[in-house]
Design a protein around this ligand. Structure first.
Ligand code: CP
Length: 335
């Protein structure tokens, strides 16, 4: 493990180097092994039991919130939460910036999901300028970024392809509302760090991948294709990454998504077109874009992908608080 791979705030996918991704994934593997025994779980729970975390989730979440909550519990970190700004002094007119700065007075880590793009970055810069900076983890910001989801996606792909040369040289097909889906935006950045990965973006023209991502792919020389016909690429894919229509943004954007999403859905009949060793991912929650009958196919990994999120988040928090060497030492001595 490269000790120069430090991380303090986790704000965007672009900040995560390939070495850091590898270190976090390897650490998550070690943590899973340690967690298999009661003694191991007790050891993990002793690592950061002097720390407190605030989970500021003012946008809906099930799995990101719960997996961070569980990750903190695994490490012994005590958690508090604000999930509804109506229960905080924001209703008295306090700014969001002052609200989050207040958290830094009481907690050692702020994990935040927010409807505004770049808000986590803004808060991290603000806290850096105070005499009590604490690490900030972006757990989903606006339509912009979801770096820890991309981390768990990379971890899942890495495990899936470990017998096939890793993520390098694979074809990854993104399907759905790619314009407003922050998970695919963050993952598109991370995939550029691997050798010769081709990305396909399959969406209705109204919800195609943003021009800023396309510009980035051009800048770094990544191979990609933008298309509308999902079935055309099914048989080529090493990984299919399905996403739902993000119509909660319609009211914010003043748009109305009247799209027949059946064209961007995976059914039981489609499975015959997929490679035998392809993997099917989804950040979840899903609606109809993956038929429930697909769940029992061995290539459907989205429930495992979701659980991987907890382990990767344990690893990330360990890295932030410089506990990776303790984990490595524990493994060497006990496993
Ligand atoms: N994938 C994901 O971010 O799910 P939640 O919105 O439930 O946290």
């Amino acid at each position: 493990m490269d000790s120069s791979n430090r991380i303090y705030h986790c704000l965007t996918a672009q900040q995560l180097s390939l070495n850091l991704l590898q270190d976090i994934c390897e650490l998550a593997d070690k943590i899973r092994k340690i967690a298999k025994t009661k003694e191991g779980m007790e050891y993990l729970a002793s690592l950061l039991n002097h720390k407190r975390a605030m989970l500021y989730f003012v946008q809906p979440s099930t799995r990101t919130f719960l997996s961070f909550y569980s990750a903190c519990q695994i490490l012994g970190i005590k958690c508090a939460e604000v999930r509804d700004p109506k229960t905080s002094s924001e209703v008295k007119g306090e700014s969001e910036e002052d609200t989050v700065r207040t958290f830094s007075s009481y907690f050692d880590l702020i994990i935040m999901r927010h409807s505004k793009a770049n808000f986590a970055e803004k808060i991290a810069a603000l806290l850096n300028s105070t005499n009590r900076p604490v690490p900030v983890i972006n757990a989903g910001s606006g339509k912009d970024q979801h770096p820890t989801q991309a981390l768990l996606d990379i971890y899942t792909l890495r495990r899936s392809f470990q017998e096939r040369g890793g993520i390098d040289n694979k074809k990854v097909v993104f399907v759905g509302d790619l314009l407003r889906g922050r998970t695919i935006r963050s993952l598109a950045y991370l995939l550029t760090k691997y050798e010769n990965v081709k990305q396909y973006f399959v969406a209705p023209p109204e919800f195609q991948i943003g021009s800023d991502i396309v510009a980035y792919l051009d800048e770094v020389g990544t191979d990609y294709e933008i298309l509308e016909d999902f079935k055309k690429v099914l048989s080529e894919a090493d990984a299919i990454y399905m996403t739902r229509l993000q119509d909660e943004w319609d009211a914010v954007d003043g748009t109305k998504a009247e799209i027949d999403f059946k064209r961007f859905s995976l059914t039981g009949d489609d499975l015959a077109l997929l490679k035998p060793d392809a993997v099917i991912l989804h950040p979840l929650p899903r609606r109809d874009e993956i038929a429930v009958e697909v769940d029992t196919d061995p290539r459907a990994l989205y429930w495992q992908q979701m659980r991987n999120g907890m382990w990767v988040r344990v690893a990330l928090i360990c890295m932030i608080f410089s506990k990776e060497q303790s984990i490595i030492d524990y493994c060497s001595n006990n496993i």
